[in-house]
Design a protein around this ligand. Structure first.
Ligand code: ADP
Length: 544
């Protein structure tokens, strides 16, 4: 990544002078410790996934200096978090909490409001507080990555338990669940398998949800609901609290596993395939998130830049894609299905036979025998991930473009041929207009599917950034008109996406705003995150 210079200087939060801000930052240093407060006055450097900046979005879609923190503070414990929140309330300074800041494609570590103070929880609050080998649960702090949790299970010899990891294993277990990220084992819906939160509210009080509210409770990680309203939901994809602990279920080792891959020749196979996948997935014959990827992604994940295949303008031509596919061990195709079967061999055989019989109903469908695939084939990375083993190979498709950045369009739809086709067509249309390569992946949850379209762009190319931004905004609007909404989005698209969830005169957003104003009267916590603006900011031109 190129390092953009800082023409706009240090990003000072709105509503406070530079001199005053520097003065009150000293107060924070006094409270938390000199070495744990850093002014962000350096160049906005890039990095890579594992060594990334925590002060801005290194994959910026807007101008690089737009979503930038004024300073970063590193709390060491819950009391520190409370002190930081108290300080922010005194001076009305916006805070932006992150766990590890590796949710690239959705904004990374960047704050929504320029000049916010980033609260980097992960650096010092990174303990695995418990792993229970009988209940199959754990309790973690924000800085625990999938790698760390995985390695700790190995170290303790807990081979009877698995973790679930998303495509990339360097992120925070807690941060990803809060943002409702997903993985690829049967425990892939991270939010649904969490149990219990500890939260510092924007006013500084600490609460524990579920059974954690009962002093001495021994079921905090095994019964998520406790008594009374189930409050966890309001702390996910929101700006209502800073989460300092989270419990999570671990999966029992299924006693064996086996990945499988099928290819399908034609674009039009998408619709009939979805009709086949739906009943198999709902009845758990397909046991994990079913992934159907366009073959261009399979080419991109080989790690070579697009320029190796095509240097013209506009999307890479179909003929080139198919010529390249012929050279791969998969052979020519349009769609690639990655799946996993769990359990001992005889149990797997029963399920895999059904899958085989059903998938072969698509003319030209082929099962790729894994034993024919070289060790560096991407298939083996999917194999690891679906077995809860963290991996980083997924990063390779970012090399598609120089200064490879990515940002996602991720709508939810029913698992039906007609819906898959509608979404695919609108994405195709908008990508063609923008001259961007389309790399869709359909990820089938249980009764719905997430379509994930990652746009890979060169963050140093202003015109490409604009095209990517236009393409995303058009897709969001087109999708909403057809009744599809995003499950998660990048910081710069949050207002637009929140605006599509507007049933009954924006009743949901008005409810969120009422909660926001009650819980965060000074509007200090992550203003604008998920489109929720505190009263002090509303209607003053912050929305984009
Ligand atoms: P990752 O888990 O991929 O490293 P983050 O830690 O940045 O990503 O989490 C994703 C987003 O969720 C953050 O940008 C932030 O808005 C929110 N978030 C993460 N951790 C917390 C937390 N402990 N408390 C409140 N919000 C959080």
């Amino acid at each position: 990544f190129e390092a953009p210079s800082r023409q706009r200087g240090v990003a000072i939060p709105q509503g406070i002078s530079k001199v005053k801000f520097f003065e009150v930052l000293n107060e924070l240093r006094y409270e938390i410790g000199e070495e744990w407060v850093e002014l962000n006055d350096k160049e906005l450097k890039g990095g890579w996934y594992m060594e990334h900046p925590n002060t801005h979005d290194m994959m910026n879609i807007l101008d690089a200096e737009e979503l930038v923190a004024s300073a970063v503070v590193y709390p060491g414990d819950v009391e520190d978090v409370q002190k930081i929140v108290g300080w922010a309330n005194t001076w009305r300074i916006p805070l932006f909490p992150i766990s590890m800041g590796r949710n690239f494609g959705y904004g990374g570590a960047a704050p929504r409001v320029r000049g916010s103070v980033t609260v980097d929880l992960g650096k010092r609050m990174n303990k695995i507080l418990s792993i229970d080998p009988d209940d199959y649960t754990c309790l973690v702090e924000p800085g625990v990555s999938y790698y760390a949790l995985y390695e700790e299970l190995k170290k303790r010899g807990y081979d009877h338990m698995w973790i679930d990891t998303p495509d990339l294993g360097g992120g925070s277990v807690l941060g990803n669940a809060l943002d409702r990220g997903v993985g690829y084992t049967p425990y892939g819906d991270h939010w649904s398998v969490h149990s219990g939160l500890e939260v510092v509210l924007p006013t500084g009080e600490v609460l524990r949800t579920g059974m954690g509210a009962l002093p001495g409770s021994n079921t905090w990680q095994t019964f998520p609901y406790g008594f009374g309203p189930y409050s966890d939901g309001i702390f996910s994809q929101s700006n209502f609290g800073i989460v300092t602990k989270m419990g999570m279920a671990l999966m029992p080792n299924p006693g064996g596993y086996e990945s499988f891959m099928y290819t399908f020749p034609k674009e039009e196979d998408l619709a009939p395939l979805m009709e086949i996948i739906r009943p198999l997935r709902i009845s758990n014959i397909l046991e994990n998130v079913a992934q159907l990827r366009h073959c261009l992604q399979t080419i991109a994940v080989r790690g070579q830049p697009r320029s190796k295949y095509f240097s013209g303008r506009g999307p890479i031509p179909e003929e080139i894609i198919h010529e390249e596919m012929k050279k791969t061990p998969l052979g020519d195709c349009t769609w690639v299905y990655y799946g996993m079967s769990y359990g001992p061999p005889h149990i797997r055989k029963y399920k895999l036979d059904v899958v085989h019989q059903e998938f072969l109903k698509i003319p030209g469908a082929r099962r790729i025998d894994p034993s024919t695939l070289p060790a560096d084939e991407y298939f083996w990375s999917r194999d690891k991930i679906a077995a809860g083993i963290p991996d980083l190979e997924e990063l390779l498709w970012v090399n598609w473009m120089p200064n490879g950045s990515h940002i996602a369009f991720s709508p939810i739809a029913p698992i039906r041929g007609i819906d898959a086709t509608k979404l695919y067509s609108l994405a195709r249309k908008r990508h063609d207009e923008a001259g961007i390569d389309l790399m869709p992946a359909f990820c089938v949850g249980l009764r719905e599917m997430h379509l994930i379209v990652e746009i890979v762009f060169d963050s140093s190319d202003i015109s490409m950034r604009r095209k990517a931004d236009r393409c995303l905004r058009d897709m969001i609007d087109d999708a909403a008109k057809l009744g599809y909404g995003e499950y998660r989005t990048h910081l710069v698209l949050m207002d637009q996406v929140a605006g599509t969830y507007n049933w009954n005169g924006n009743a949901l957003m008005r409810f969120n705003e009422r909660l926001k104003d009650a819980l965060d009267p000074n509007g200090i916590l992550a203003p604008g995150r998920c489109g929720i603006w505190p009263e002090r900011y509303r209607g003053r031109g912050w929305e984009i």
